[in-house]
Write a protein of this length. Structure first.
Length: 92
């Protein structure tokens, strides 16, 4: 039996360079409708915290508009952007 040479190891993912250009979210391919996990990533918080915001358990935070289809909670990207601007304006 002949031993075949092992294939070279190839990195499957490349970590972003610390000096790379920042990503402009307006140009990125962000869908217009987001699920809970995507919305949490978009606003940079946990899914649990976003659920607390939706259910009114976080004081001083304005209502976040959602679309519910059964148990599924969906968000319009425009609504999330407007909600973030509102929070920024009120200083909450």
């Amino acid at each position: 039996m002949s031993a075949s040479p092992s294939p070279p190891i190839v990195a499957l993912s490349k970590r972003p360079n610390e000096h790379s250009e920042p990503v402009d979210l307006k140009d990125a391919a962000i869908p217009s409708i987001l699920n809970l996990a995507e919305a949490a990533t978009f606003v940079r918080c946990s899914r649990a915290h976003l659920c607390n915001v939706i259910n009114g358990k976080v004081r001083g935070i304005p209502h976040l508009p959602t679309v519910r289809i059964g148990r599924r909670v969906l968000f319009r990207r425009e609504s999330l952007e407007r909600w973030l601007r509102e929070i920024e304006a009120t200083g909450a």
